[in-house]
Design a protein around this ligand. Structure first.
Ligand code: ZN
Length: 118
């Protein structure tokens, strides 16, 4: 049970951090990575925390210095365009207020349906 939770949590952490690295969001990656390492430590998953920390260090070492403060964001890093209303429940959607599941899918705050962006 615990091992299953750990696998799931680690998978989500790695996927999320890898996505930030792909998008070149280094400062956000650093902050999110450190938070994830901290959380793993708090749960007593020391070895996993160290693995994530090592991956984070290696990835950030290869990052361009302050890339996202000097360069324009890549087009793929911009928020995707959501439909104005949820197709399931008709609730109004705001791209900066919804919960993003991945870079193209948001979760409706009213009914929880995944909504695919344009
Ligand atoms: Zn909805």
């Amino acid at each position: 049970m615990l091992a299953g939770q750990l696998e799931t949590a680690l998978g989500e952490i790695r996927e999320g951090l890898a996505m930030l690295a792909d998008m070149g969001r280094w400062r956000i990656l650093r902050a999110a990575g450190l938070r994830a390492v901290d959380e793993l430590h708090q749960r007593g998953w020391t070895q996993e925390a160290e693995e994530v920390a090592a991956w984070l260090n290696a990835t950030l070492a290869g990052a361009p210095v302050e890339a996202d403060s000097t360069l324009q964001p890549a087009p793929s890093a911009r928020p995707a365009l959501l439909p104005t209303h949820c197709p399931q429940c008709g609730g109004a959607l705001h791209s900066d207020e919804v919960e993003w599941i991945d870079s193209r899918t948001a979760e409706c705050g009213y009914c929880g349906s995944p909504v695919r962006a344009a």
